[in-house]
Design a protein around this ligand. Structure first.
Ligand code: AMP
Length: 371
């Protein structure tokens, strides 16, 4: 299947082809046509599946075909996402797909001054990407009205709930117009998400890709049984063998992430850590240096890494095992995207063995031991 067969308009096709996207991903194949026909979507898909384009393209196209606005430009599409990193990434993707359609879009999130965001909003935007807190804040101050929203995306709904945004979402929903298109995406579907989706979707088309346990099939994984004091030497050793490769290292704690960065710096390996105690600017800088291959190693906690999108990630190293088995799948899903081969190495101490067991149960396979 090609993008052309998905009824996508010429200027967007051109932008996609310039990005080198030749074939739509499965979620795009399923979601784009119904979304273009203004249907509600219930999408079960995690980051890495191409879901951003699956909702962004139909929104851009529909807004372009809508009657041009005679009066002041009003926000017609709202994309709500849990973290700043995701918000920035979605806005970046919109910029690319919108290259030749030139709708106005912007992104707002907390942790930075609001002045610049407010100025852009005042100039008028068609598409707004937002995290819930800052959105409510600016609505409260009268800078944003949701009255003209025709397309609403709730992205990473399960993470929203995990991160405690349910009250914010419940405050936002009544501020949206009754008649609108809603595109709902979640990586998992626990009861709480199913009932939230039922309450906001109208006759949704259900689209679903790669259940959590099968994502891992394409990724080459193995385990190192180590004790805690040996982890750092093993990490240095492995990274020295992976020179020039982009490696994402996961730490369970913020403190641990900083400690790993210090150890690597002593060993002469360029790295940066991202976690919730770092300023927004420091996090963005670390991420862009890593994407530009100026730093080889990025050390992240799970929250900070949520949804960060890095092309050509060669290797994921789990310095610590996560408490929740699904997190393992989310972590390693950062490598081996879009058909590329990926690798994931996991350090496991005696203490961490019960977590390893959970992961093996979830993924239905025994992880090979490194030799
Ligand atoms: P997402 O799941 O939206 O975070 O997208 C994951 C990655 O896949 C991003 O780096 C996208 O830029 C990329 N991507 C999205 N659609 C395609 C496509 N049709 N072909 C190749 N790469 C894509």
């Amino acid at each position: 299947m090609t993008f052309k067969e998905l009824e996508i308009m010429e200027p967007i096709l051109r932008a996609l082809s310039e990005k080198g996207y030749t074939t739509p991903t499965p979620i795009q194949q399923q979601a784009i046509i119904p979304a273009l026909h203004n249907k509600d979507i219930m999408g079960l898909a995690q980051t890495g599946t191409g879901k951003t384009a699956a909702f962004a393209i139909p929104i851009i196209q529909q807004l372009c075909s809508d009657r041009p606005q005679e009066k002041k430009r009003e926000i017609r599409a709202l994309i709500l996402t849990p973290t700043r990193e995701l918000a920035i990434q979605i806005d970046d993707s919109i910029r690319e797909y919108n290259k030749y359609t030139r709708l106005r879009h912007t992104v707002i999130f907390g942790g930075v001054k609001q002045h610049a965001q407010v100025n852009t909003l005042k100039a008028g935007v068609d598409i707004l990407v937002a995290t819930p807190g800052r959105l409510l804040d600016l609505i409260g101050q009268g800078y944003i009205s949701l009255q003209s929203i025709r397309h609403f995306v709730l992205d990473e709904a399960d993470r929203m709930l995990d991160m405690g945004f349910i009250h914010d979402i419940k405050r936002l929903l009544p501020l949206l117009p009754k008649y609108k298109q809603t595109l709902f995406f979640s990586a998992t579907m626990p009861d709480s998400i199913a009932s939230l989706s039922r309450s906001i979707l109208h006759k949704p088309v259900r689209v679903e890709v790669t259940p959590v346990s099968s994502v891992v099939e394409t990724i080459d994984q193995c385990i190192y049984f180590v004790e805690k004091p040996e982890k750092k030497d093993l990490l240095i050793d492995l990274l020295q063998k992976e020179r020039n490769k982009s490696v994402l290292v996961f730490s369970r704690t913020k403190h641990g992430a900083d400690k790993i960065a210090r150890i690597l710096s002593k060993a002469g390996i360029g790295s940066a850590a991202i976690h919730g105690n770092k300023s927004q600017n420091a996090r963005q800088r670390a991420l862009s240096d890593f994407k530009a291959h100026t730093t080889q190693v990025l050390i992240a906690t799970d929250i900070a890494a949520r949804g960060i999108d890095i092309d050509q990630l060669d290797l994921v190293i789990n310095y610590d095992l996560p408490d929740v088995a699904e997190t393992y799948v989310h972590r390693i899903g950062r490598t081996g995207r879009a058909g590329n081969s990926g690798r994931a190495l996991t350090f496991c101490t005696q203490e961490e063995q019960p977590m390893l067991k959970d992961i093996q149960k979830l993924t239905g396979r025994k992880l090979p031991i490194a030799n």
